[in-house]
Design a protein around this ligand. Structure first.
Ligand SMILES: *Cc1c(COP(=O)(O)O)cnc(C)c1O
Length: 393
C-alpha cells in the first residue's frame, strides 16, 4: 500500500488506493466479478495458501472494495480497513472477531438502537455480556470494568442528544486494563474527528451515512491495526461473508472524494441553524456541541475539527408541538436516516426510540418535544423558513 503519510487529507480522499487497470481509466473501475482466473495451478495454490498476494474470490478480495478500504484507512490514519455490507455488519464482525464466550463489553448507553439490540440480545446468546454506562461519566466506565472486559464501545457525538465522550481519557482507561477501545465515528467522519489519533484502537463506520452522503447504498467499514483488522476480523469477513459489494464500494469511493467539502457545508448549515434555533421563542433547548451552552463544548472543540451536521432541539408543548413542526415542513424529509445531502427531520420518541419504555426514554433524556435534524446541503434560509411550525401558535 502506498504510504499516504506525506499527503494531506483532501489529496488522500481523492487519490488513495486507486490502482489503474491496463485500460488507463481515470475514474476508479468497478470490478463486478465473483472470482478470478489464475495463470496456472501453481499460482492458484500459492494464492489459496496465502503465499502470494492477489485476488481469489470477491467474498474477501475485490479490487474496487480494496480501493475503498485503502482510501478510508488513509483518511482515518489506520493500518488496515475491512469494508462490510452495512454499519451493523462492521460492528458485528468486530465483536465476533475480537471476542469469545465469557468476554465482557462496557458500552455507552447512548448507542444506535440496533447496536444496543446486537449487544443485548444477540451477543448475549453467545455468552458475551455488556454493561451499559453513561457516555460522559468516566467513573461509571471505570466501575463497570471486570476482569473479563475486553472491549469498550462508544459513539461520539451520541444520537440524538449529541453528548461528547472524551476519547483520549477512555483510551487510557481501556489500555490500563488491556482492553481495546472501539469508536463508532459515523457522526463526525474522519473529516472532523480521528479517533485513532486520540488513542482509540478501532474505528467502525456506517458508510451508509456521510461517507456516501447521498443516501444511495448500505455499507460499513472497520479501521484499525493490521494485527486485529487484518487478523481475527478479516477471518470473520472471509468465512462469515458480510461483504461489501463492488458497486457499493464504488459509490462510497466517489463519496469520499467530496467528504471534506460536504462536511464543511453540513457544519456551516448546522451551526447557523443551532444558533438560530436557540433564539426561537418556541424552542426550549438546543443540543449541538458547537453551542457554548453545550456541556461538553470545550471537549468537542479540542477533539473535533468542527461540530457536525446533526442538531437536536426540544420544542415547548411536547409531542403535539413537535409533530406540528415536523408536519408543517415542505422540503425536509420526514425520515430517520441521516448524513444525507437532503435535510431529514425526525421525532426520536416515537420512531428511533419508540420501542423503549417511557421511563427508559425519560432516563435517557429523550423527551416528547425532542426533534432531531440531520442538516443537509440546501440553502440555510430555506431550512429556517421550513421550520415555520415554530412560529405558529
Ligand atoms: C446507521 C448507524 C449504524 C448502522 O449502520 P447501517 O449501515 O444502517 O447498518 C451504526 N451506528 C450509527 C451511529 C449509525 O448512525
Amino acid at each position: 500500500m502506498t504510504d499516504w503519510d506525506e499527503f494531506g487529507f483532501n489529496t488522500r480522499a481523492v487519490r488513495a488506493g486507486q490502482v489503474r487497470s491496463d485500460e488507463g481509466e481515470h475514474s476508479e473501475a468497478i470490478f463486478p466479478t465473483s472470482s478470478y482466473v489464475f495463470e496456472n495451478a501453481a499460482q492458484a495454490a500459492a494464492r489459496f495458501a496465502n503465499k502470494e498476494p492477489g485476488n481469489i474470490y470477491s467474498r474477501f478480495t475485490n479490487p474496487t472494495v480494496r480501493n475503498f478500504e485503502q482510501r478510508l484507512a488513509a483518511l482515518e490514519g489506520g493500518e488496515r480497513c475491512m469494508a462490510t455490507a452495512s454499519g451493523m455488519a462492521a460492528i458485528f464482525s468486530t465483536c465476533l472477531g475480537l471476542l469469545k464466550a465469557g468476554d465482557h463489553i462496557v458500552a455507552s448507553r447512548s448507542l444506535f438502537g440496533s447496536t444496543v439490540t446486537l449487544l443485548n440480545n444477540i451477543l448475549a446468546k453467545f455468552a458475551i455480556k455488556t454493561t451499559f454506562v453513561d457516555l460522559t461519566d468516566i467513573d461509571s466506565w471505570r466501575v463497570a470494568l471486570q476482569p473479563s472486559t475486553k472491549l469498550l464501545f462508544l459513539e461520539t457525538p451520541s444520537n440524538p442528544l449529541m453528548e461528547v465522550a472524551d476519547i483520549s481519557a477512555l483510551a487510557e482507561l481501556a489500555h490500563a486494563r488491556n482492553c481495546l477501545l472501539v469508536v463508532d465515528n459515523c457522526f463526525c467522519t474522519p473529516a472532523l474527528q480521528k479517533p485513532l489519533s486520540l488513542g482509540a484502537d478501532i474505528v467502525v463506520h456506517s458508510a451508509t451515512k456521510y461517507l456516501d452522503g447521498q443516501g444511495r447504498c448500505i455499507g460499513g467499514a472497520i479501521v484499525g491495526p493490521e494485527k486485529q483488522v487484518g487478523g481475527d476480523i478479516f477471518a470473520i469477513l472471509r468465512s462469515g461473508g458480510p461483504t461489501m459489494s463492488p458497486f457499493n464500494a464504488w459509490v462510497f469511493l466517489k463519496g469520499l472524494e467530496t467528504l471534506s467539502l460536504r462536511m464543511q457545508k453540513h457544519c456551516d448549515n448546522a451551526e447557523t441553524l443551532a444558533h438560530w434555533l436557540e433564539k426561537q421563542e418556541a424552542v426550549e433547548r438546543v443540543y449541538y456541541p458547537g453551542l457554548p451552552s453545550h456541556p461538553q463544548h470545550e471537549l468537542a472543540k479540542k477533539q473535533q475539527g468542527r461540530f457536525g451536521g446533526l442538531v437536536s432541539f426540544e420544542v415547548k408543548g411536547g409531542q403535539e408541538a413537535a409533530w406540528r413542526v415536523i408536519d408543517s415542513t415542505r422540503i425536509m424529509s420526514i425520515t430517520a436516516n441521516l448524513g444525507d445531502a437532503k435535510t431529514t427531520i425526525t421525532h426520536p420518541a416515537t420512531t428511533t426510540h419508540g420501542r423503549i419504555t417511557p421511563e427508559q426514554r425519560r432516563a435517557a433524556g429523550i423527551n416528547d418535544g425532542l426533534i432531531r435534524i440531520s442538516v443537509g446541503l440546501e440553502d440555510i434560509e430555506d431550512l429556517q423558513a421550513d421550520l415555520r411550525g415554530l412560529r405558529l401558535e
